[in-house]
Ligand binder design. Sequence first.
Ligand code: TYD
Ligand code: MG
Length: 476
Amino acid sequence: MAKTYSQYVCQQCGRRSAAQMGRCPGCGEWNSLVEEIIEKKTSAASHATHSAGLRSTPRRLSEISNEVEERIPVPIEEFARVLGGGIVPGSVVLIGGDPGIGKSTLLLQTTLAMAERGPVLYISGEESERQIKMRAMRVLSPAAAPSPAGAKDGAGESDGVPENLYLVTETNLDVILEHIQEIKPDLIVVDSVQTTYLPQLESSAGSVSQVRETASRLRELAKTSGLTVFLIGHVTKDGTIAGPRVLEHIVDAVLYLEGDRFQTYRLLRTVKNRYGATSEVGVFEMRERGLVEIRNPSEAFLAERMINAPGSAIAVTMEGTRPLLVEIQGLTSPTSFGNPRRTPNGIDFNRLLLTTAVLTRRVGIRLAEQDIFVNVIGGLKINEPAADLAVATAIASSVKDAPVRADTVLIGEVGLSGELRMVGQMPARLREAEKLGFKNAIVPRRLRKGEPWPKGIQVIEVRSLREALKAALIET
Ligand code: TYD
Ligand code: MG
């Protein structure tokens, strides 16, 4: 039997120490000691594993079956797409996000739906079983929700509650593993990795060593038994999950649930996925009865738009393989004290500075005494240069108090010389705009002829930001 004990190991130089220290005596690095479990194998034990045939054997590439990974369908389509089409049995998926963004809700809804197929275990270290049950009832309550009275129509309490969903409030990983042995679920949710701990380690729950050890134990189990593991992780202050990206290499996929806490849209984004594309995005809305899928996000994001209002421009951004129309608002207002302010919400700060500089220097719009605010509607974050043109147009439209032509989308990257640059996947963007009833698109001039533009939308090709503004703004 292997004997285990724990030691503090420097993550930089590998030096071991029996006690926690602020600074590694070996390499002098600060805060680099992390508690790890050391397994002392007796020579007999290591011999045994060898003779038991547990050794790996290299195989010819041609001999390895090339069947695609079998996937378990997920009834929540937006979630399934982000996962790459469904759950791969034996995979470990980490779902990160700020506290209160809806991670527990998303996974509870998923487990409620998945429990139809087989036993599912939801392990919570944060909420009691009663609390989870209450949330489940809220999510499962009959679709009569929009009724203003909101009264229960005497529907049976147990309606729609799957028999195969088990809940437990537990934070001790040893006990959790026992529960898994007993229930033999196909899928488990650990909510959250930061509350789960291994008693053998003296570090507190949520520390790098605990989080890493929890994840690797569960991964081992997943790989050997085909159990699928969803780990919930809170994002820490510096924006990473549980410290310095300790989990990202252990798990198969990392998804982030993001959105504005004060807005209802939630985006599920892939950061890493061994079994699918990393650029997919699922769009949800947090409603009274949990997260609702938004199948047509462009339409939702444009719903509250005011037509002909100065300072509003429509961009078409690609979120994964899906084009998304979003409204970008710009507002300029005279600076009252000294330095003009630049306040982007949803776009990169430096990108805004660049766009502002190009507007000033290449187009001749005076912005030095103007505060500038830019807002992407729907709580979306755009980090694609293709939205530059819409951002610049929204700002120019506000300064000049001239609205953007009706039914027009703006797509293109703005270069430092004030030129417009072509962006990828233009036909897909244009088709989406056309589908939503837009009549004109202002895009960069094409230098190489590609596939013809879609028929139903008038494409106006321009060379520079100056020309684009001339085409886009209705100036009186
Ligand atoms: P939760 O899933 O607990 O967030 P996380 O696990 O990421 O911390 O969601 C918390 C928020 O979601 C809470 O502020 C209430 C809101 N909510 C709804 O608006 N509607 C619902 O049906 C549910 C279940 C939660
Ligand atoms: Mg939670």
